[in-house]
Design a protein around this ligand. Structure first.
Ligand SMILES: *Cc1c(COP(=O)(O)O)cnc(C)c1O
Length: 358
């Protein structure tokens, strides 16, 4: 049986069919349907956030966040993330300015932020990498001091809390991805979270073409809406999330017990964090070792993923900038298979194949 880096959790088919039956009865598929409204309410309650907008993916969530904050100019961002973090800035006409990462947490290094600020800097876009919270308090202090807006790409951070409160409560806006590969998913999907009423109003109309009723417009918008079919998937998966996290934790801890932590170095999780085990990255001693490990796993139909690679400061559509820590880590980091239906025996097999070539 091939083992991929991830496999989507699918709820029992009959659960999904129950929601489909309702959709068929109502003959109502999209535009703030009852399932979308229900999912948004349940997510707000579970996550403990004030405003949450369910959208059709995590990338449009980032793009609407940038537009809602009216960011124009330089945005300080991390080179160690999925490409959407950088591409959405470029797509929206902002200039990404890369600030290197902390080698222990793999999140943006707040000690380097202030040196990168210029008169053109308007904001910070940072990722809670692998669900590990950024240094929230340091970033907040710097943003206040320099009057910068903060967007957190929280695509990996579903359910993560810092000091007993959702990480989504930090910054001006946080965005989530509910892509099929994420811990909580709706097939495709995402969300925009804010505690600011005025921003919430802008996000609400921007998500829906700018509409203010059927014949008037608040301003320019885009189509960020999601459908009843996607909301139904979310409503089936959401109650299962605590169990998904608990299982991932067991598997992740098994990897840790079987692998040498000095050769398979793990990111340092921020203190005061309830982590979600959304990924199992290991940082190997060199790229050569990484390729050896990957090839040995591939030879046994096991596909880990070089995630994140390459470092985003090396993309061909951004101005060349240095980020030596990110470049080094991205050459040596590998995400191991981790998903709800993975068996302990499979974790043991993966670990053994890694140990053979370390
Ligand atoms: C998955 C992901 C995104 C994009 O989300 P989509 O829903 O796939 O558009 C953005 N940022 C990060 C860090 C991600 O992992």
């Amino acid at each position: 049986m091939p083992i991929n880096v991830t496999q989507s959790y699918l709820p029992p088919l009959e659960d999904y069919v129950k929601y489909l039956t309702g959709i068929w009865e109502r003959v109502y598929l999209t535009n703030a349907g009852p399932l979308v409204v229900e999912l948004e309410q349940r997510l707000k309650d579970e996550l403990g956030v004030k405003h949450l907008f369910f959208v059709n993916n995590g990338t449009i969530a980032l793009q609407i966040a940038i537009k809602a904050l009216d960011l124009k100019g330089e945005v300080l961002t991390t080179p160690f993330s999925y490409v959407a973090t950088t591409s959405s800035l470029v797509w929206e006409g902002c200039t990404p300015v890369f600030v290197d990462i902390d080698p222990a947490t793999l999140c943006i290094n707040p000690a380097l932020l202030e040196a990168a600020i210029t008169p053109r800097t308007v904001g910070i876009m940072a990722t809670h990498v692998y669900g590990n919270p950024c240094d929230l308090e340091a970033i907040e202090a710097i943003a206040k001091r320099h009057n910068l807006k903060v967007i957190y790409d929280a695509a990996h951070a579903f359910g993560v809390t810092y000091k007993n409160s959702s990480v989504l409560n930090y910054g001006d806006i946080s965005t989530l991805s509910f892509h099929a590969t994420k811990l909580f998913h709706t097939g495709e999907g995402g969300a925009i979270v804010t505690n600011d009423d005025e921003l919430a109003h802008r996000i609400a109309y921007m998500r829906n073409f700018g509409h203010n009723g059927p014949e008037a417009f608040w301003g320019v918008g885009v189509n960020g809406k999601s459908s009843e079919l996607h909301a139904a998937m979310g409503l089936c998966v959401l109650p299962k999330v605590p169990e998904l996290i608990a299982k991932r934790r067991i598997l992740s801890e098994r990897y840790d017990a079987l692998l040498d932590g000095t050769k398979c170095v793990r990111p340092t999780i921020q203190p005061h964090t309830a982590y979600n085990f959304s990924y199992h990255p290991i940082v190997l001693p060199s790229e050569e070792v990484l390729l050896r490990v990957r090839d040995n796993l591939n030879a046994h139909e096991i596909t880990p993923r070089r995630y994140f690679y390459p470092s985003l400061n090396t993309l061909n559509y951004v101005a060349p900038q240095e980020a030596p820590v990110s470049e080094d880590i991205s050459r040596r980091v590998l995400c191991l298979p981790l998903y709800y239906d993975l068996q302990i025996s499979q974790v043991e097999q993966v670990a053994q194949l890694i140990n053979e070539v370390l």
